[in-house]
Structures are given as structure tokens and as C-alpha cells.
Design a binder for this molecule. Sequence first.
Ligand code: AMP
Ligand code: MG
Length: 433
Amino acid sequence: MTTLKPLSGCVAEYDPNALPVEAAQEIVRQWAMPRGTERAERVGLFDALNRVLADDVVSPIDVPAFDNSAMDGYAFAGAALASARGTVELSVAGASLAGQPFTGQPNAGQCVRIMTGALMPPGCDTVVPQELVIREGDVIRFAAHAVRIGQNRRLSGEDLARGKPALRAGRIVRASDLGLLASLGIAEVAVRKRLVVAFFSTGDELRSVGEPLAPGTLYDSNRYTLFAMLRRLGVETVDLGIVRDDRASLEKALRQATEAADVVISSGGVSVGDADFTRELMSSLGDVAFWKIAMRPGRPLAFGRLWSGPRAGTGTSALFFGLPGNPVAVMATFYFIVREALLAMSGATRQAPTAIRATCAEAIKKRPGRTEFQRGIAAREESGQWRVVTTGPQGSGVLSSMSEANCFIVLEHERADTGIGDEVDIVPFDGLI
Ligand code: AMP
Ligand code: MG
């Protein structure tokens, strides 16, 4: 630790060797090239959910495929509006229902009862909504100013024109996209092969759920949060369990993981006490990009490339993230350092997590010289402004703070203490998780 004068002018302590978060993100971005982009497969729609599109999807048809009504009402030729003096009077020639079109040709004094989505009868271009109409027997009357020519009609190709790209390559297929693909009559799409991510926990103190807890031991929770976060990203997971804190076990796990996966994620074993040992191993198995980030939680974080062969540069390679052991640090580093890399390697188009401005309803202590991701509870006030408080103690082992929170409060590198009423960025979990 060195004492440096930060920009604010007050004296603060920080480690000049710890990389600012943005710099770490930039390095990760440069190293995280799409893997196996040539490996596409065709899948049915239900299996396409959360997968990355390998090609643009071009619409084979116009959507909607025919002009149709946007309302329940009466379809007629809009010219009738111009000739009417005050009130329009038309006689009902028939009905056009969804799936049962009206086949006749209404004349100038006629209209057709029409339901939402039903085919516009020939010659009709306007729909008057039923609630604006008085009907007596087969005659309807309505005020001429109630509707304008062309209103309440959906034109064919209005949503999507035939031959135009409906969805772009690189898009992650979401619920609306599945519906869209189905609406185009597309039964299968080409998606990228899933990225394979192997993960394990390190620590002699860790026990798996189901085992008894001896004094000084604790349950391994990181494998579960990692599993869940990875699943949410749609990658294929390889669970390598708990690895003991010794060189031979760690080396074996790293080699096995590198062979099995495109990306290897471990937790624990990178803080000061263990760092040398992991560092030595990493430099024999691959290249290290960085070890420490000016980030809280999550300061110790190893990032680099591993090789499965006898020496670095031989065999197959995988990107490696050695996350800290503390459970909250695992989640914060995953979201702000790892997540984007996994998406990029999966071939997905880059999408930064959504940040919104919120007012602090509580004072927050913060040292300049590192980015902090505090757990927050945000709520929207009637004015539309977001207000945020922290979940309380911000220890990086307090996993309950993540369950309690609904957002990260992002306190930037140079920022010092935050007062009540100050503005901060928050990243809602809903947009992230
Ligand atoms: P380490 O980075 O290995 O020094 O671990 C830091 C702290 O996180 C220690 O208190 C560990 O017991 C705890 N920890 C490490 N791995 C896990 C895990 N998989 N699940 C829960 N806690 C963990
Ligand atoms: Mg450990």
C-alpha cells in the first residue's frame, strides 16, 4: 500500500498496482474474442430461447400478411366521410370476422361489420369503432368527424416487410423474439454453439451441501451462485466441484477445465495468502493479464489464458477468471468483469447493463481510488425520481445483502463520500440478472 494524493486533494491510501475497473474491463474485452463462431447449429423455436442467432433472420412474408382492422367496428370506403354532411349513414352489408372474411364487394352506401384482426373487405380503407356508432337494425350512423380516412386499419407489411431483416445475427433470443419468429412461420433458426464454461471452488474449509459441518468449515455457496449466473447467460456449464488448496490438485483441476471448456472460472485462492501459489501455477500454465483490480468487493482477481498442454502455448486454450472467495465478491466480479466477456465469446452483440440515476437517501462512505459496487435497495418516488439506500453492512461475505438488494450502487473510482441527496448510478438487478 502506498500513500498517494488523489485528485480530490485529500490524502487517501490506495494500491497503485491495482487496475482501475474500466482498464480491467477493457483488457477483458480485448481478450474475449468470439469462440467457435463457425460452429452454428439449427434448432427448433423452443430450443432457441436464450441462444445467440448465428445469422440475420430475413422475413419470408409480410406481417401482417393482409390489410386488417385494428378495432371492433365497421369498415367502409373513407370517401363516404367527404360527402357526408355532419352524420354518416351506412347500411350493413355483412360481417368480416377473424378467419372468416367478407367476400362481397360493399358499395358506396354500405359498410361491413368487422372485428379486430379481420381482413378489410375490398374497397374499404377505414374503420369506425363500434362505440362511436349508433346502430338500428342494419343501419349505422356516426358523426363524420369521429374518424379520418384510413384510420383504424393496419396495412399489410406494416410490422415487418418481406425480405427485410427481422432479427440480427448476434441477438440473444428472448420471449418476444420467439413469438416474432413464429409469426413469420419460421420453425428453425441457426444459433451459435453454446460457450462451455467450467467452474470450481477452492478451499480446504469448504464442504458440499449434504455433508456435516466440522468446526472451522463452511458450505460452498459460490458454486451455486456461479451455476445460476452462468445458466442465466445460456452457456453450457461444467461443474468441477471443490478443489483442495494444494498445488497438485489445483493444477489438475485447471488442466482438466481448460481441456473441457472455453472459459474456466474458479473462486477463492487469489487473495494475498494464496496468490503466490496460484500465480506460480498460472505462469507455468498460461499468460496472466492482471491480478488485482481497484474494486470493492473483488480486489483480488486473476485474469489470463490457460493452456492444456505441457507448456503455455501448447494444447487447447481457455480464458481464466480466478475470482475472489468471498461470496458477494464472486457475484460483483461476475457481473462487472466476467459477464460481458462470456457474452462476447458467445457471439452476442454487446449490451452494457442499464444504469439509472438515483438520489441517495443515506450518506455512504467511500474512499477515492477504487470503484465500489454496494448493494442497494432502490424505489421510485411519485415524482419519477429513483431513491436508493444501502442494504446496511457491506462486508463481502454477507450474501444475504445480495438477496435483500434490488440493485448495485456504483460508486466510481474517483468518488469520495456521498451525502444525502447526492446522485449516484444504480444498476438494477432485473436488467442484469
Ligand atoms: P479466499 O479468497 O480463498 O481467501 O476466500 C475468502 C473468503 O471467502 C474466506 O472466508 C472463505 O472461507 C470464503 N469462501 C471461499 N470460497 C467460498 C465458497 N466457495 N463458498 C463460500 N465461501 C467461500
Ligand atoms: Mg481460500
